[in-house]
Write a protein that binds this ligand. Structure first.
Ligand code: FUL
Length: 494
């Protein structure tokens, strides 16, 4: 043997022993997210803004005949909106460029029913332009809500309207820089002004909009966009079947590309769905979407919002939280206080990850490879994972906290670029020589957060009790939410 052969032999013994780079990552299992869906998922939290002529008429849905001259906000300041969203920890803003009443917040060249005929800024204003600029300044992404239903337009219900709708989309997706999400509401057809016809117009939501061709235009103009659609063809994201601020405890990021969608599929996803269609929880910080002065005292409390946070972001969904804009063009101070209160609270809860860089062992490590060992889930790097051998569908990972520590929150993330796998898991704490179950849940997905009463334990064990394929866990966190956010109860495990 020459020297190189001997060194090579030694290295391969080391590699086999540590299992290093020779062990491949698991193959993807089932549908996986697109790059755009992945980027969107990582945003987690962003704002909805509802602002239109309804803001001036105290309505939820405009009929389409409201006078454009009503639109005259005295203090409109998109920088205030962006500042609040940024301070609230949000990553983007989706605005109602056009709600069902048809009024456009930008000076569309295809209709007279827009800001260009309003007294605001002498008809020279463009809310979308000002918001796009404010988003750039504050490092936020911009999204567009464009209502497919238009109660103002004379052609609504006829083929000509589809051309109009696409022209508007083209304006919005061409003139305002990158758009991260486009939102197509499911409310479609009914009574309206329709250019003076004042009638009831019904459309077939499955065929009228010819979504597949509209999607082609969208993706060509904005290749990085995600499409939310509750009106017909499946988009990239799904509604969760409620506006109350929660998704199912079981939440698969899967649906079938074709076929009827029942409520349960929206709320829980579809375990065996053939497409990746993750959940977005949309809810308002007040009871309604548009501003109504009567709701100033009904802004959701911080505990209520925190609940929403756990029931959306903590359940493998994103959170789209709405601020109604006031007639003067600003977000109300009560809404600001509540949103910033939530941000402060979330920061406090997740300030210190008690699991970070702790010692961890797993019941199985893929190929005994260092690159898939248990501690890869605790290294604060979303691209490294604990993974098991292909044949393993139940496994556990034990974290040694070094000494008894009080905690009450558990966070876990799957490496979803290779699919969503885990069907059931539990969390146990160890104290005084005994393991006790702290919580039990079903799916994990991109992110799962479990809340339980405070416990004092020296070890924590994650048990994957059922998985579609070998589990791949990219991140684990253990946190101790301040007592004020939890009943002041410490269970000493003994
Ligand atoms: C609903 C709409 O009809 C509401 O007005 C609001 O825009 C909400 C986000 O979606 O379906």
């Amino acid at each position: 043997m020459n020297r190189q052969t001997i060194i090579g032999a030694i290295l391969s013994v080391i590699l086999v022993y540590t299992g290093c780079d020779r062990v491949n990552a698991p193959a993807p299992f089932g549908p996986v997210p697109s790059e755009n869906q992945m980027k969107w998922q990582e945003m987690e939290y962003y704002a909805f803004l509802h602002f239109s002529l309804n803001t001036y008429t105290d309505q939820s849905w405009g009929y389409g005949n409201e006078d454009v001259s009503l639109f005259n906000p005295s203090a409109l300041d998109c920088r205030q909106w962006a500042r609040i969203c940024k301070e609230a920890g949000m990553k983007g803003i989706i605005i109602t460029a056009k709600h069902h009443c048809g009024f456009c917040l930008w000076p569309s060249e295809f209709t007279e029913y827009s800001v260009k005929n309003a007294p605001w800024r002498d008809g020279k204003g463009d809310v979308i332009r000002e918001l796009a600029d404010a988003c750039t300044e504050y490092g936020l992404k911009l999204g567009i809500y464009l209502s497919p239903w238009d109660r103002n337009h004379a052609d609504y219900g006829k083929p000509e309207y589809i051309t109009y709708f696409r022209n508007q989309l083209t304006e919005l997706l061409t003139n305002y820089g990158p758009i991260f999400e486009v939102w197509f509401d499911g409310a479609n057809g009914g009574t309206g002004y329709y250019g003076g016809a004042n009638e009831n117009r019904k459309i077939d939501r499955t065929t009228y909009y010819d979504w597949s061709n509209t999607y082609k235009i969208i993706r060509e103009l904005q290749p990085d966009i995600v499409i939310w659609n509750d009106g017909g063809d499946r988009g990239d994201l799904r509604w969760v079947g409620t506006e109350a601020g929660l998704v199912g405890e079981t939440n698969w990021s899967l649906l079938n590309a074709k076929g009827e969608v029942e409520w349960g599929m929206l709320h829980f996803g579809l375990e065996d769905g053939d497409s990746w269609v993750p959940a977005e929880v949309n809810t308002s910080i007040r009871p309604e979407w548009f501003y109504h002065p009567g709701e100033d005292a009904l802004v959701k409390s911080v505990p209520k919002l925190l609940d929403t946070y756990y029931n959306s972001i903590g359940r493998n969904a994103s959170l789209l939280l709405n601020f109604p804009i006031m007639p003067n063009g600003l977000i109300h101070e009560n809404d600001e206080k509540a949103a910033l209160g939530l941000a402060r609270t979330v920061d406090e809860v997740f300030a210190v990850n008690l699991a970070e860089d702790r010692k961890a062992v797993a019941s199985n490590v893929r190929g005994n490879a260092g690159k898939f060992k248990a501690s890869r889930a605790l290294d604060n790097d979303k691209n490294t994972c604990w993974a098991t051998d292909d044949s393993i569908h139940t496994a556990s990972l034990t974290i040694d906290l070094g000494k008894p520590i009080v905690f009450n929150r558990f966070l876990v993330q799957e490496f979803i670029p290779l699919g969503q796998r885990v069907k059931a898991f539990s969390v146990e704490g160890f104290a005084d020589g005994e393991w006790r179950e702290l919580a039990r849940a079903t799916t994990i997905g991109y992110k799962r957060i479990l809340c339980f009463p405070s416990v004092e334990a020296s070890k924590l064990r994650l048990n994957i009790t059922d998985s579609k394929s070998c589990p791949i866990i990219s991140n684990i966190g253990i946190f101790n939410a301040p007592q004020i956010l939890d009943p002041p109860l410490v269970i000493i495990l003994q």
